[in-house]
Design a protein around this ligand. Structure first.
Ligand SMILES: Cc1cc2nc3c(=O)[nH]c(=O)nc-3n(C[C@H](O)[C@H](O)[C@H](O)COP(=O)(O)OP(=O)(O)OC[C@H]3O[C@@H](n4cnc5c(N)ncnc54)[C@H](O)[C@@H]3O)c2cc1C
Length: 491
């Protein structure tokens, strides 16, 4: 079976690698617009902030005799009648199955002056790929003042990252509250004051009306309210648009992405599939990598003719940690959850504007179904564990807040060493502690080796501390130091 994968990003590259492992008859060609090996796009804002090195973004590239990867080559046409993909070098790639994994593009608002000769003027950039990150970092070397346009998740990450690099940052948002898709007005206000405490100026209810860029270099940003902000760097964080043009031009239905069914096939053509950020599955897309990786796993399963039903992975169960430098902000579940009127649905919030803390929990039927935490890493970790592992929580949500807040710690996260083998440690990749311990027993001795062997830690990076802790337990065991019985047993 000849498979052509269009897109060599976080999802397409993984799909290609897994498919040839699972199906001995599959021959895969991957077309990748970017010149690079696949990398962890999720960490780009941390790279811009200077909190990780470029090496931390490395992902395993598919290396197999039945996988051919063409880097720096785009698909320009999907000819479904002839079942061929035409590439930017004029070559044709016949397929039995085509898989679109083209991701999404940054949305560039129409701002007079930002374009010159088809390029963004010097000092203006989005943040979507490695080249954008490098351009922004290079700009910080000659910029004192930056404007970040858009105060969604990415805008907050970029603004706090640039402030950590010492730039004077103004965060401009067209709505009247920050992260309005994830936060309610109270939480948003506390997020705003947390950002301002880092020295970032926040301007809301206005947008960019134009830029001054004499000689092709940004000098000033004009706002729709008439204000002008001197800036040598403007980062556009105005959302993303799924890359669906190829599908659309070939007559496939596209709405907020390429429309696919539970089987990830397009409605019109059972030989063409879409996964990752470019796809719109039943229930909608989350824009988060875990959903794309799960779709990849399911499609590999189906194409390799493994038994098992396909199921949608609807958004709404995600935990999102904003990688802001200087304060913690984590959301779980959806903001548009049902109103807490039903007997079994209880919601409690704690708001401490002076202390820059906010916690809201929503409990349904003895389980945490949504939460927002600002300003407290420990509570975020405790609630995150209860949310992702779906462990039973007190029916009265007050207990969920009061215990960790009062320092009693009864609900605190157990150290990784004390957790059971079945518990998932890496949520992005669904890797359990049992799998990690088996990898350690087979010789992995560094976090990088563990990530290579199991993929744990290659997504949002939240679990990397747990990987290190597990390895340290092993080292302690080897040195004859006391370790918990649970760890001793597996090591
Ligand atoms: C700065 C930043 C921070 C993020 N933070 C998080 C986070 O904290 N948590 C989280 O879960 N997600 C986060 N994301 C989102 C996450 O990166 C995406 O969900 C993930 O990358 C989706 O993978 P994908 O393969 O579908 O798309 P991508 O990784 O975008 O890859 C698509 C690839 O297809 C290529 N391509 C497009 N068109 C063509 C064509 N015609 N021919 C050939 N190649 C083509 C593109 O160049 C790209 O290389 C973040 C994204 C960014 C940019």
């Amino acid at each position: 079976m000849r498979i052509v994968v269009i897109g060599h990003g976080m999802v397409g590259s993984r799909f290609a690698a897994d498919l040839v492992e699972a199906d001995p008859e599959a021959r895969v060609t991957v077309l990748g617009q970017e010149d690079h090996d696949p990398y962890n796009r999720v960490m780009l804002s941390s790279l811009v902030a200077g909190t990780v090195d470029p090496g931390a973004l490395t992902l395993a590239a598919p290396r197999h005799e039945r996988v051919q990867v063409l880097r720096g080559v785009s698909a320009v046409r999907l000819d479904r009648g002839r079942r061929v993909v035409l590439d930017s070098r004029g070559r044709e790639h016949p397929y039995d199955r085509a898989v679109l994994a083209t991701g999404s593009a940054p949305r560039i608002p129409e701002i007079p002056g930002v374009w010159a000769d088809g390029q963004l003027v010097g000092g203006v950039s989005a943040l979507k790929d490695l080249d954008d990150a490098r351009r922004i970092i290079a700009s910080t070397l000659r910029a004192d003042q930056a404007v970040v346009l858009g105060a969604g998740v990415l805008g907050l990450e970029v603004a706090t990252g640039l402030a950590a690099r010492g730039l004077e940052v103004t965060l401009v948002h067209h709505r009247d509250r920050l992260m309005e898709r994830q936060l309610d007005p109270d939480a948003s206000e506390i997020a705003r004051s947390s950002v301002e405490r880092l020295g970032i100026r926040v301007v809301m209810g206005t947008g960019a009306a134009g830029v001054d860029a004499p000689g092709g270099r940004l000098q000033r940003v004009q706002l729709t309210d008439g204000a002008e902000i001197p800036a040598q760097l403007l980062v556009l964080c105005a959302g993303t648009v799924p890359h669906a043009d190829l599908a659309e031009e070939s007559g496939l239905t596209c709405e907020n992405g390429v429309v696919v069914g539970y089987d990830l096939a397009t409605a019109e053509d059972p030989a063409v599939f879409a996964i990752g950020d470019c796809a719109q599955p039943p229930g909608g897309a989350s824009g988060l990598v875990a959903q794309g990786w799960e779709q990849s796993r399911q499609l590999v399963h189906a194409l390799a003719r493994r038994p098992g039903a396909l199921s949608a992975t609807p958004p709404g169960r995600e935990l999102m940690r904003v990688k802001a430098v200087g304060f913690a902000l984590v959301t779980m579940g959806r903001i548009d959850r049902p109103a807490p009127t039903a007997h079994a649905l209880r919601s409690v919030r704690m708001s401490d504007p002076y202390g820059g803390r906010y916690t809201e929990v929503v409990v349904h039927d003895g389980h945490l179904i949504a939460a927002t935490v600002i300003g407290d890493e420990e509570i975020a970790a405790t609630l995150g564990a209860a949310f992702t592992r779906r462990t039973p929580v007190p029916r009265d949500p007050v207990h969920l807040l009061a215990r960790p807040l009062s320092g009693q710690g009864a609900a605190a996260v157990r150290p990784v060493a004390e957790r059971g083998d079945a518990e998932t440690i890496c949520q992005c990749n669904g890797v359990t502690k049992g799998v990690l311990c088996a990898a350690i027993r087979s010789g992995c001795s560094t976090p990088a080796e563990l990530s290579d062997a199991t993929r744990a830690g290659t997504g949002c990076g939240t679990c990397t501390g747990d990987l290190t802790a597990l390895l340290e337990s092993r080292a302690a065991a080897a040195n004859g130091e006391t370790v918990s019985a649970a760890v001793g047993a597996v090591l």
